[in-house]
Design a protein around this ligand. Structure first.
Ligand SMILES: [Cu+2]
Length: 126
């Protein structure tokens, strides 16, 4: 009898732990890091210039800009979603902003507002 109680309690703890893990995975914002270098945005370790950011509808992300463009100031703005970092000096400084993708699919521009001509990419929600 006592043994059954212990097993029931342990199973309950296991189920609660799994449920907590699943809910944390669903609600923890995904990390997206863009590096500014040579007047262009990149994902870390990927040579694709101004890469497309792909988000699921309603997804929460933490969007970080790291400015490694020595001597150049940059920011990162998703203007259509009203989200932007401050202007960062090119000393490796970084700033993170939180963003929630709209519920409906759509396409938005992300830019450095100081260098819109060369530092411009697309954020796709879909
Ligand atoms: Cu810039």
């Amino acid at each position: 009898m006592r043994r059954r109680l212990v097993i029931t309690v342990l199973l309950g703890i296991l189920v609660a732990g799994v449920a907590w893990g699943i809910s944390a995975a669903l609600t923890t914002p995904r990390e997206i890091v863009l590096v500014a270098s040579g007047m262009t945005f990149y994902f870390e370790g990927d040579p694709t210039p101004n890469p497309t950011l792909r988000l699921r509808p309603g997804e929460k992300v933490r969007l970080t800009l790291i400015n490694r463009d020595r001597g150049m100031r940059h920011d990162l703005a998703v203007t259509g979603l009203g989200t932007a970092t401050g202007v960062l000096a090119g000393d490796g400084g970084s700033q993170t902003v939180r963003l929630r993708a709209p519920a409906q699919p759509g396409v938005y521009d992300y830019v450095c507002r100081l260098h819109v001509q060369t530092m411009r990419g697309v954020l796709e929600v879909g």
